[in-house]
Write a protein that binds this ligand. Structure first.
Ligand SMILES: Cc1cc2nc3c(=O)[nH]c(=O)nc-3n(C[C@H](O)[C@H](O)[C@H](O)COP(=O)(O)OP(=O)(O)OC[C@H]3O[C@@H](n4cnc5c(N)ncnc54)[C@H](O)[C@@H]3O)c2cc1C
Ligand code: FES
Length: 259
């Protein structure tokens, strides 16, 4: 983990509510894992003094470029949209524990909304290791579905479900997931972006003896383990334990997460 400056290569909207920022991170000399995050100084430190956490959406080790996919929500992410090509962003990272890939078998990734920002990097790494990847993308509307083409281009099989098409209920996602588990040799399941889907993935992992991991979100202040703003409870060895999402997570085994 280190603090460093990164120059913006591009920063543009990818849909009505989402933007993508690409950074030159040649100052970074550490490996970056899917599921890890960076803590970002978004802009005006008077109006938004706290950094904002964003997951690694894509990292290219060779060109040392890092991409974030972000939902424009409040003051911090609004300030990010004002940044232009060649501007400098200050980052801390990579932070936290990332995902672990299975030794064998296919992966099932279930993402809701901007949760795909976190799971996209995992899909890229798994495909680079020649593993079969199935992704269920859930969103409010078809216009909110992100990265469908990009995931298909890297060879992942993508299934989309939306609220407006009435295909995104937990029942429907369960039926689709169970079909994939039965027919596609799924050995591990990963999720990010929805409490309802977290619960579903926890049940599926338990019922089908799958390895499961969840990327959690929490409000963060320091991002480096000092303030406990991000504390949450997990269950380990049958005991409840308080952990910090920023340093102990953000990725946890799904069986340990208390939902
Ligand atoms: C480890 C981690 C990785 C993340 N990765 C991404 C990502 O790749 N792309 C992305 O778009 N978002 C991601 N988020 C969520 C992102 O950090 C928040 O959306 C962002 O901090 C909001 O900042 P803001 O100033 O724009 O909005 P604010 O004005 O701070 O808040 C707007 C709304 O967002 C809520 N919020 C604020 N901070 C968080 C937070 N940390 N988690 C959840 N809700 C929050 C507030 O309660 C409020 O309702 C991630 C969060 C975590 C903890
Ligand atoms: S954000 Fe400060 S301990 Fe996690």
């Amino acid at each position: 983990m280190k603090t460093f400056d990164a120059q913006i290569i591009a920063n543009q909207p990818v849909s009505a509510r989402y933007w993508q920022m690409t950074l030159d991170t040649s100052a970074l000399d550490q490996p970056v894992r899917p599921g890890q995050f960076f803590h970002i100084q978004c802009g005006d430190t008077w109006r938004a003094p706290l950094r904002r956490p964003l997951s690694v959406y894509h990292y290219d080790q060779k060109s040392r470029t890092l991409k974030f996919l972000y939902l424009v929500k409040g003051i911090g992410t609004q300030q990010m949209t004002l940044k232009k090509k060649s501007d400098i962003m200050n980052l801390i990272g990579p932070l936290g524990h990332g995902f672990t890939l299975p030794k064998q078998g296919a992966l099932l990734l279930i993402a809701r909304g901007v949760g795909v920002a976190t799971l996209h990097a995992l899909a890229c790494q798994a495909r680079a290791e020649n593993k079969n990847v199935h992704v269920i993308l859930s969103a409010r509307t078809p216009a909110d579905l992100l990265t469908v083409d990009l995931l298909a281009q890297i060879g992942a099989t993508v299934y989309t479900v939306t609220d407006t098409e009435r295909t995104s209920s937990v029942k429907s996602v369960r039926a689709l997931s169970e079909k994939l588990i039965r027919e596609e040799g799924i050995s591990s399941v990963y999720t990010c972006g929805s409490n309802r889907l977290n619960k579903l993935v926890q049940e599926l992992a338990d019922e089908h003896q799958l390895k499961g991991e969840l990327a959690t979100e929490a409000h963060m202040a320091c991002g480096i383990g000092d303030c406990y703003a991000c504390a949450c409870t997990i269950r380990k060895d049958n005991q409840l334990k308080t952990v910090r999402v920023c340093t102990d997570g953000p990725v946890f085994p799904i069986s340990e997460v208390v939902l």
